[in-house]
Design a protein around this ligand. Structure first.
Ligand code: B16
Ligand code: MG
Length: 211
């Protein structure tokens, strides 16, 4: 019934969520803004500029567009330093095996990520060839929870949204997939991902009757 699996990248296939957090925390510290791991949940799946806006809002700080661009670039440079030495070991357990299992069943595979660094990460971890379609932060105008990123995946795969299953670790991502009319699988904690159709702690646990 379902023809395609669309994977979010950060937090589903690769262990990069912590590096995003470290880099944002480092930036928040320089601005004297208290930024906790709990606050960080709001940043997951959300594009870079919107993440910065959330942090500034938490700190009650208002800045001009030019300064904000500089800060976002600073964060990205730190983030890229952190992921510079990433290799296959950066893949989350079970992710690569699950993708290959689906492919052997003839299921189409796609990446639907908010990250502008997605292709670099997919290359470094050696899984870029496993996807029929890759849609990343460079290809969309509207950030999750807007459905644009996932709708674009379906369009490029040449199938309708109701044939797609989305794997996500973020609230914004689950909301985006639902808005696209897709089946949703939450990877992570049940508390955070309660809106998803299915929830698994990690990719190793995934067992779905959908494909
Ligand atoms: P970048 P995903 C998202 O990736 C992250 O979850 C989010 O925390 C990050 O801010 C966003 O990418 C943008 O990333 O700064 O690398 O362009 O989870 O949608 O794969
Ligand atoms: Mg994610």
């Amino acid at each position: 019934i379902f023809k395609a699996a669309i994977f979010d990248l950060d937090g589903v296939l690769v262990d990069t969520a912590k590096y995003h957090y470290f880099a944002w925390k480092r930036l928040a510290d320089t601005l004297n803004i208290t930024f906790t791991e709990e606050d960080n949940e709001r940043l997951k799946g959300v594009n870079r500029m919107k993440c910065l806006d959330i942090i500034l809002e938490i700190g009650g700080v208002s800045l001009g567009a030019e300064v904000k661009l500089e800060l976002a670039e600073k964060k990205n440079n730190w983030y890229r330093e952190y992921i510079h030495n990433m290799d296959k070991s950066g893949l989350l357990a079970g992710a690569e095996e699950y993708i290959h299992k689906l492919k052997s069943q003839g299921v189409l595979t796609a990446i639907g990520s908010a990250s502008k660094n997605a292709k670099a990460i997919l290359t470094r971890t050696g899984i870029i060839e496993a996807f029929d379609v890759i849609v990343d932060g460079n290809m969309v105008q509207n950030a999750k929870p807007d459905p644009e990123v996932f709708v674009k995946c379906a369009n490029l795969l040449n199938i309708t949204s109701d044939k797609c299953v989305v794997f996500e670790d973020s609230q914004a991502g689950i909301a985006a997939a639902k808005a696209a009319g897709m089946k949703t699988v939450g990877i992570g904690s049940e508390e955070i991902l309660c809106e998803a159709d299915f929830i698994f702690t990690n990719m190793l646990e995934v067992e779905l009757p959908l494909f």
